[in-house]
Design a protein around this ligand. Structure first.
Ligand SMILES: *Cc1c(COP(=O)(O)O)cnc(C)c1O
Length: 386
């Protein structure tokens, strides 16, 4: 069966993976080697040096490509390493139109690193995909979309963005980290590049930092392989093994995240101390219809604000919670909480962040796959102490 014919739940376990040719080991071994024998100069078994290629990484790259219905997968040392490679496709003078409600680290590499190299970034609200077109100029080479967004869980119409990109001959890149390939496949919707922080749902166990790009265009893949090998932000074999292992349960974990996420979102929405819950599964969410059309389910990421909007109250809730742990990151099996105004979005001036909804009392949750009763009880006792 070719990897295109397999269903998603089969692909996570089998796509791109063959028993080890030398031993028959079912699980891809950790090929902890930097180099490979050549029987005479240039004669080898397909691997020369592990920056260029490593069998454990190659298995993961093939598997990741299949999960996004892409032809090629490329892994990087981190999610930001993957984004770095995408922007290195550009030249001084080129412009990028990007989502404004963006992962903080992406905003930082765009503005603090690549603006120094003469690349210009326009950060715009993309909740209405038709508006993207107004910001395209002759110099625009890339549209960069993140959906759902962090931490406001806004939804951007990928197909709509792809239409604008095609019409103007620019690339569309989608950061698919929050959704994971289980919920959403941007290449099927017309995107050229899909990016993941594999640190999050793909790895799924908060034990590895890694990034990935998936593309289907041959020439684009060639350019990205050149950058991957030339710039050298590649993950090691051990981390590649860990992500391969994590992916085998991606579908099961995502089902759990979605089920628990739905319960927690409804629990919070009916809680008297909660002001507002941001989660794309509510039919009151402004882009709920688009979420329904482009995602399989609504995931376990959400944010909520407190009545009275006091910073101290939010600090208390996150420190009173015992099952939800206060920490950066998301997408692991364990539930995490975060306070965007003081953590991920601390560098953004208060007035600026409040405009996008990141108020003082906003709390972000990455709902894990623990028992739902324990999660609800934890939130209930923390909110009761206010
Ligand atoms: C974490 C994250 C990144 C950056 O990935 P790293 O693996 O931490 O470098 C990029 N985008 C989103 C949406 C993320 O959550």
């Amino acid at each position: 069966m070719s990897k295109q014919e397999m269903k998603f739940n089969t692909k996570v376990i089998h796509a791109g993976l063959e028993p080890d040719p030398t031993t028959g080991a079912i699980m891809t071994p950790i090929y902890q080697t930097s180099t490979y024998v050549q029987t005479s100069p240039g004669v080898h078994k397909g691997f020369e040096y592990s920056r260029t290629g490593n069998p454990t990484r190659a298995a993961l790259e093939a598997n990741l490509a299949a999960l996004e219905n892409a032809k090629y997968g490329l892994c990087f040392g981190s999610g930001l390493g993957a984004i770095d490679a995408v922007i290195k496709l550009l030249s001084p003078g080129d412009e990028v139109v990007s989502t404004n409600d963006l992962y903080g680290g992406t905003y930082r590499i765009f503005t603090k690193v690549f603006e120094n190299y003469g690349i210009k970034f326009n950060f715009i609200g993309m909740q209405n995909a038709d508006k993207i077109e107004e910001h395209i100029t002759e110099k625009t080479k890339l549209i960069w979309v993140e959906t759902p967004t962090n931490p406001m869980l806004n939804i951007i119409d990928i197909e709509g963005a792809a239409k604008v990109a095609k019409k103007h001959g620019v690339l569309l890149g989608v950061d698919n980290t929050f959704a994971s390939p289980y919920l959403q496949n941007p290449i099927d919707l017309g995107a050229d590049i899909v990016m993941h922080s594999a640190t999050k749902y793909l790895g799924g166990h908060s034990d590895v930092v890694m990034g990935a790009l998936m593309v289907s265009d041959d020439a684009l893949a060639e350019r990205l392989y050149f950058i991957q090998n030339s710039c050298g932000s590649v993950p090691g074999p051990m981390d590649s093994f860990l992500v391969l292992r994590g992916i085998k349960t991606l579908h099961l974990r995502m089902q759990g995240h979605c089920e628990n996420g739905k319960e927690i979102a409804h629990f919070l929405q009916s809680h008297p101390k909660v002001e507002c819950v941001y989660w794309p599964g509510f039919d009151t969410h402004p882009n709920h219809e688009i979420a329904k059309a482009q995602m399989k389910d609504f995931g376990g990421m959400m944010s909520f604000s407190l009545k009275g909007n006091k910073l101290e109250d939010a600090f208390q809730v996150v420190s009173y919670m015992k099952v939800f742990t206060l920490a950066e990151s998301l997408g692991g099996v364990e539930s995490l909480s975060g306070h965007p105004a003081s953590m991920t979005h601390a560098a953004i001036p208060k007035e600026e962040r409040e405009k996008t909804g990141v108020v003082d009392s906003l709390i972000r949750l990455s709902v894990g796959v623990e028992d739902i009763e324990d999660l609800k009880a934890d939130l209930a006792q923390a909110l009761a102490q206010l």
